[in-house]
Write a protein that binds this ligand. Structure first.
Ligand SMILES: Nc1ncnc2c1ncn2[C@@H]1O[C@H](COP(=O)(O)OP(=O)(O)O)[C@@H](O)[C@H]1O
Ligand SMILES: O=C(O)[C@@H](O)C(=O)COP(=O)(O)O
Length: 421
């Protein structure tokens, strides 16, 4: 089996978001958790999305892990490697979008890398290189207060320049509007002028379809699910995906259901508020969670006592003021310590019979899925744009929903629970 498309995602929710987009277009796809271990049998698929937890690690570590994944994918026939980044360009001046993109270009022999976080279905659009989240520029959106990577500059060329060694150009919307040939010509001209990456404007799916046509013929691209949509359409147009991928019918897994929220994003805070009072909700004392094992045990015991009556929600999530206070009391590394605590709680719940688990937050999902030892995820029906139902491969038979902090409507948790049987 030769892969039509090889993808590497910088976090686990981002990976399932992309896998969902590819599957909705008709590709057979599996999401692996890191590089598959020895003995992992790759199912018959068109695309693999390797989920890494590299968004907030030191750049050198991110580069090494992404290059190993690219090598693995190219070894299975993937002629194009897409690096899946966040639709809100989550990164810092240290990286990791710039360093990873440049390293991938070097390893794969790409003259230039098109980069776009546009994902119009979820309100992410790029115009004149500036990213909008709904109607607001990125730096005025809730992402300005992200606990790990506050996004305070909407000019993506400027943002990527700060993370890159090579020059970063722009393919503006008027060129993209003219279609694939115009985009290709513009990229070629940028290569001639010494540019090594280019932000691509896109405000509608047709722009991403045109970009996909061009990018699919290149070695490397970087972007969010909108780019994935374009690449999938290009693969289909090239006649490389000849079957129709149907949603798999999964048998019920039963067991108890729980929600763990570590995202402090505005959408998640609202989604928690929407179920508070309707299901048992425990807002964790985060200082205790990171300071004592007792908090994990107490939280699991509290949940287990209630799970017989229905799902419960456990959250470390707080509004920006609370996050800022915690960071000033415990330092920048507090996020990783909270993730560790939430992952222990998840393991405790699974040991006590939870088989349907919703996790809100990309880094949080990474910590939980790693702790549970899940090897890969199959992609099921779409719960909300960017969030599919997932079934674990390896470990306990379980259903998951890994929700990007900012994705999903106010009723996300209720919708997800209704679909997870
Ligand atoms: N109360 C809190 N204060 C500070 N940081 C928190 C708090 N609760 C969770 N975090 C951390 O914030 C980060 C949220 O990131 P993530 O899980 O990726 O969510 P999102 O998908 O919204 O980006 C994680 O590192 C998490 O541990
Ligand atoms: O592209 C997106 O917005 C998502 O797929 C994603 O990567 C979001 O990251 P988190 O909000 O950290 O889950």
């Amino acid at each position: 089996m030769k892969l039509v498309l090889g993808c590497i995602a910088d976090d686990y929710t981002g990976a399932s978001d992309l896998a969902n987009t590819l599957a909705r277009q008709g590709l057979r796809v599996v999401q692996t958790i890191g590089l598959p271990r020895e003995g992992f049998v790759l199912p018959e698929v068109d695309a693999v999305v390797v989920a890494l937890k590299t968004r907030s690690v030191p750049p050198g570590e991110a580069v090494a892990r992404v290059l190993a994944a690219a090598d693995w994918l190219r070894g299975r026939g993937a002629a194009h490697v897409m690096f899946k980044i966040c639709s809100t360009f989550d990164s810092t001046d240290a990286g990791n979008i710039g360093p990873v993109t440049e390293a991938l270009a070097g390893a794969c022999g790409a003259a230039i890398v098109p980069v776009t976080p546009a994902f119009p279905e979820t309100g992410r659009t790029v115009f004149q290189g500036h990213l909008f989240v709904g109607s607001r520029p990125l730096h005025e959106s809730p992402l300005k207060d992200h606990p790990l990577n506050p996004m305070r500059d909407s000019d993506l060329v400027r943002v990527l320049v700060r993370q890159s060694v090579g020059r970063v150009g722009l393919v503006p919307l008027d060129v993209v509007e003219d279609g694939a040939a115009a985009i290709a010509e513009s990229l070629l001209a940028l290569v001639g002028e010494g540019y090594r990456a280019a932000i691509i404007d896109a405000v509608a799916e047709r722009h991403l379809t045109a970009l996909g046509e061009v990018a699919f013929g290149m070695k490397v691209s970087a972007g969010a699910s909108g780019l994935g949509l374009g690449l999938a359409r290009a693969a289909i147009a090239a006649g490389l995906v000849v079957h129709g991928a149907a949603d798999e019918a999964w048998p019920d897994v039963g067991g108890s259901a729980a929600i763990i929220a570590g995202s402090c994003s505005a959408a998640t805070l609202d989604q928690i508020a929407a179920v508070d009072g309707r299901i048992p909700v425990r807002r964790l004392d985060v200082s205790r969670l990171i300071g004592s094992d007792a908090c994990v045990a107490e939280t699991v015991a509290w949940a287990v006592a209630k799970l017989g009556d229905g799902p419960v929600l456990l959250a470390s999530s707080e509004a920006p003021d609370g996050v800022a206070a915690l960071k000033s009391a415990h330092g920048e590394a507090v996020g990783a310590r909270i993730e560790g605590g939430l992952a222990e709680i998840a393991a405790g719940l699974v040991a006590r019979g939870v088989r349907r688990l919703i996790v809100a937050g990309g880094e949080t999902s990474g910590a939980v899925i790693d702790r549970l030892g899940v090897a890969a995820l199959r992609i099921g029906a779409e719960i909300a744009p960017g969030v599919p139902l997932l079934r674990g491969v390896g470990g306990e038979v379980m259903l998951f929903a890994l929700k990007s902090g900012n994705f999903g409507g106010r009723d996300f948790f209720t919708r997800a629970l209704a679909m997870m049987r």
